[in-house]
Design a protein around this ligand. Structure first.
Ligand SMILES: *Cc1c(COP(=O)(O)O)cnc(C)c1O
Length: 467
């Protein structure tokens, strides 16, 4: 039996007609549609009913209902996927969309997006062409490989290779490389999906050449080397040199494959880093098939690349699964333009490459400029340039930090708190994702793009004016 005051509250809720009749809804109905607006009110009123019954809601006024609905409209009324300011100093930030495209790559995307294109048309022959041709020759030039194929992402690249080249057969992987990469890419799972059988060799910390060789049977299709991405084993370790592995595989008629993850075209020394091979190094070492992402250190769009021996790539090209993994015209346009910068030796036109190789002195100047701008605009804050540790991200170079600079922000009187500030900046008109150190918000300048300084200033102003 429902208590009388509960019944009275339920009866007192405004009818849907009068809710939908309100003049302020004219702001939302044109973009969201009347049906959506109605569904939002229905769900808000249902929640309030539920709250009345279990005693968690007291205020059942029209204003209370409107307030709840308005916050849903505000969230649904603006684009969900939109640009933001990355002030974390993590260059290839997977949650923030990995690589930012060069302006020229963006222009080639919009060019083919709004128009018909040569996607699968050969202008010279006047007949059907192949979408892969736009980038295959570029990948070959830049890696020294005989052939190349692109798919939706690197996970798809690995899946396609395993399915087409090793289905129902054995693939040998070191136990030290059976990794999970962020976003639930697990080598054993991908292996299972492909229909290839995983054969683990060695131990977590040490795998030797003999471990691979002893595991090769007539059923073995492939030995696979996987980049351990965002983790490192330190101390008493051993792994097999890729040239050794490639030769051992070839001598026994087995395919050698390497999943590089974050493929690099420029030598890491040029970026101020060390210890990682380029794609060309892997091919030169004799590896038959190399896979890597286009949007990690390469700095292009989301795409998965497979480079290697012509006969093997040929088998991939005619494997039916490829049709489900193919790349769209906008991605191909962005990728071709990005690769052409490498071809021309203009690596620093690629934002990801430029950000990673930015020198600390340049970053200090950038931080000083940001601190001056913010000091001028935000009188309640104290802005200090501090050294920070940035990162490549994307699973590449997890053990190395990039020395950078940032601007730490403190408020006279300590309000808002750092947590409040970071959260308000996230929901500002130009969302800003900042870092924090010793409980102080820090804007890392390495990952700021042109115009971001002004956006940070405006977002800070709006956050403070709302208080
Ligand atoms: C990132 C990564 C992948 C997955 O690549 P996506 O492009 O995200 O699909 C696979 N393998 C390795 C080693 C990686 O680092």
């Amino acid at each position: 039996m429902t208590e009388p005051h509960v019944q009275a509250s339920l009866r007192g809720l405004p009818p849907m007609d009068s809710l939908l009749d309100q003049i302020w809804l004219e702001e939302w109905i044109p973009s969201l549609g009347r049906e959506t607006v109605k569904r939002v009110f229905t769900s808000v009123v249902n929640d309030i009913r539920e709250g009345i019954r279990n005693g968690s809601v007291e205020n059942t006024s029209m204003e209370a209902i409107n307030r709840r609905a308005a916050s849903v409209f505000a969230r649904r009324g603006c684009s969900s996927l939109r640009s933001l300011v990355n002030a974390t100093g993590v260059v290839v930030h997977t949650n923030l969309g990995r690589s930012c495209l060069a302006e020229e790559a963006v222009r080639s995307v919009s060019d083919v997006a709004r128009s018909y294109s040569t996607l699968e048309y050969d202008l010279h022959a006047g007949e059907r062409g192949h979408r892969n041709d736009h980038v295959e020759w570029l990948l070959c030039e830049l890696s020294g490989a005989e052939a190349a194929l692109v798919v939706n992402n690197n996970a798809a690249a690995v899946l396609l290779c395993l399915a087409a080249l090793a289905r129902d057969r054995e693939v040998i992987v070191s136990r030290g490389e059976l990794v999970e990469i962020g976003g639930s890419f697990r080598i054993p799972d991908v292996m299972a999906f492909s229909g290839a059988r995983l054969v683990e060799v060695g131990t977590t910390n040490r795998t030797h050449r003999a471990d691979y060789i002893d595991a090769i049977t007539p059923d073995t299709a492939m030995v696979l080397k996987v980049h351990p991405s965002n983790f490192r084993i330190q101390g008493f370790t051993a792994s097999v040199d890729r040239q050794d592995l490639a030769r051992s595989a070839m001598d026994r008629g087995v395919i050698s494959m390497e999943d590089l993850g974050s493929g690099m075209i420029v030598a890491c020394g040029e970026l101020g880093l060390s210890g990682e091979p380029t794609i060309r190094d892997c091919i030169a070492a004799g590896i038959d098939i190399v896979t890597f992402s286009g949007d990690k250190m390469l700095g292009g769009p989301q795409i998965g690349c497979i480079v290697g021996k012509r006969s093997l790539i040929g088998r991939l090209k005619s494997y039916a699964l490829l049709r489900a993994l193919r790349v769209d015209k906008m991605t191909l346009a962005a990728f071709e333009t990005t690769l052409r910068f490498y071809l021309a030796g203009q690596n620093d036109r690629i934002p990801t490459v430029r950000m990673i190789s930015e020198r600390p002195e340049a970053l200090r100047k950038k931080a000083q400029r940001l601190a001056r701008l913010l000091s001028k605009r935000i009188s309640a804050g104290v802005f200090e340039v501090i050294p920070v540790s940035d990162a490549v991200g994307g699973g590449a170079f997890p053990a190395e930090t990039l020395p950078g600079f940032g601007v730490a922000i403190r408020f006279r009187g300590d309000v808002p708190s750092t947590g409040q500030l970071l959260s308000s900046l996230r929901s500002a008109e130009y969302p800003v994702i900042a870092g924090a150190r010793d409980d102080v918000a820090v804007f890392h300048v390495r990952t700021l793009l042109e115009g971001d300084e002004e956006k940070i200033a405006r977002s800070l102003e709006s956050v403070l004016s709302r208080r």
